[in-house]
Ligand binder design. Structure first.
Ligand SMILES: [Zn+2]
Length: 388
């Protein structure tokens, strides 16, 4: 069977596992584990706290640091409310395209990696090759965060990550982070005629948002020189605010849903520290003057770290050589690449299919894209093979 035929067969199996983020990915992880272990890989499977999801980290080649990671997330977004022309969990070919949920985001890349595993295993690799397949990327990179923490704990230090999110096999070297929060304000309700006898949660939320907007203006002055992001600075944005009951009642509750898209973690650290200081020094003491259990609590919905483009990048150099590309771009969507960068690795995004089809009905990957991805992996195998 050709590599492409094998990739297609594996992709059909992967698409048939309905690994929507809310559900278990264990069937897929078991399937991938079987394929990798029969190719001779060493496996490490780690469950999430619920025991219904797992990360798979597998290694072919020598032990030790300095390896290359092929990274993909196993979960997909839901299909509810979407109008599909064919069953989203049955791989279907039409006009050179393979349709199904997850085909481009990002089971096509995982299928190509798995199809190539026996070839990597048969070669004598000069450095370790790792496969990292995670859970819950689409809901805040939870699996990826657990994975990098485990690698750090185990003292495993790969040096390069190729994240196979759909880029039409172009090379992507940067994206902003995406940090999402809900801040809950608990005040004390009361009659609107006596505002000083209550703690108005809506009014405290407004003050908090004003401080956030001030910081947003300040962030514009902190844009890194030569930043290629659009806009070039870290942004903050309030997407939803809800609170209170009625015009003549002091609002006891309010919540603010907001986000920050950092170009650098210095900025996000700065914003978080400034907001915490404003709460601790100004808002909470004023609330507590009236009501001892008034409070402001921020829940982290997700903190997906950005991928900062850097001048020296081994990952970019390798993928340039493998694909023949000589330019790397930035994108606006988030990936797990920033997590790998945060542990000191060089990371780049390059994978089959287009982000234009991701999360949409009739998601597809072109067969030609899978073929191009296999070409990249074949050249990687040749490059990693020990020279006698
Ligand atoms: Zn994805």
């Amino acid at each position: 069977m050709s590599d492409l035929a094998r990739t297609r067969a594996i992709l059909a199996d992967l698409v048939a596992f309905p690994t929507v983020s809310a559900d278990s990915n264990l069937q897929l992880i078991t399937y991938a584990s079987d394929l990798l272990s029969s190719a001779g890989a060493r496996l490490s499977v780690s469950l999430d706290p619920s025991g219904t999801k797992a990360n798979l980290f597998a290694t072919i080649g020598p032990e030790g640091d300095g390896g290359i990671v092929l990274s993909g997330h196993s979960d997909v977004v839901p299909v509810e409310g979407q109008d599909w022309s064919s069953d989203p969990f049955t791989l279907t070919e039409r006009d050179g395209k393979l349709y199904g949920r997850g085909t481009c985001d990002m089971k096509g890349f995982i299928a190509a990696s798995l199809a190539m595993a026996p070839r990597f295993a048969a070669a004598r690799l000069a450095r370790p090759l790792h496969f990292a397949f995670t859970y819950d990327e689409e809901v805040g990179c939870l699996g990826g965060q657990a994975l990098v923490a485990e690698l750090a704990k185990a003292g495993i230090k790969p040096s390069v990550a190729i994240v196979g999110e759909p880029t039409l096999m172009g090379v992507i070297e940067g994206h902003k982070g995406c940090y999402e929060y809900t801040t809950e304000f608990t005040g004390m309700d009361g009659h609107g005629s006596q505002p000083d006898k209550g703690v108005n949660a809506v009014e405290y939320a407004v003050r908090y948002v004003m401080r956030l907007l001030e910081l947003g203006e300040e962030l514009k002055t902190r844009a890194p020189a030569g930043s290629r992001f659009s806009p070039p600075w870290t942004t903050v944005q309030v997407g939803r605010m809800a609170g209170g009951n009625a015009r003549n009642t002091i609002a006891g509750q309010c919540s603010v849903e907001w986000e920050m898209r950092p170009v650098h973690t210095d900025d996000s650290d700065h914003v978080k520290a400034e907001l915490a200081a404003y709460i601790d020094d100004v808002l909470r003491p004023a609330m507590r003057n009236v009501c001892a259990h008034a409070d402001i609590v921020t829940h982290v919905v997700g903190e997906v770290q950005g991928l900062l483009p850097v001048s020296q990048s081994e990952a970019r150099d390798i993928v340039f050589e493998l694909t023949g590309a000589h330019e790397a771009e930035l994108v606006s969507f988030g990936t797990e690449a920033g997590l790998f960068q945060s542990m000191g690795m060089s990371a780049v995004i390059c994978g089959p299919g287009s982000i234009a089809q991701a999360h949409k009905p009739d998601e597809f990957v072109e067969i030609a894209q899978l073929d191009a991805c296999l070409g990249m992996l074949e050249r990687l195998q040749q490059q990693l093979s020990a020279k006698d």
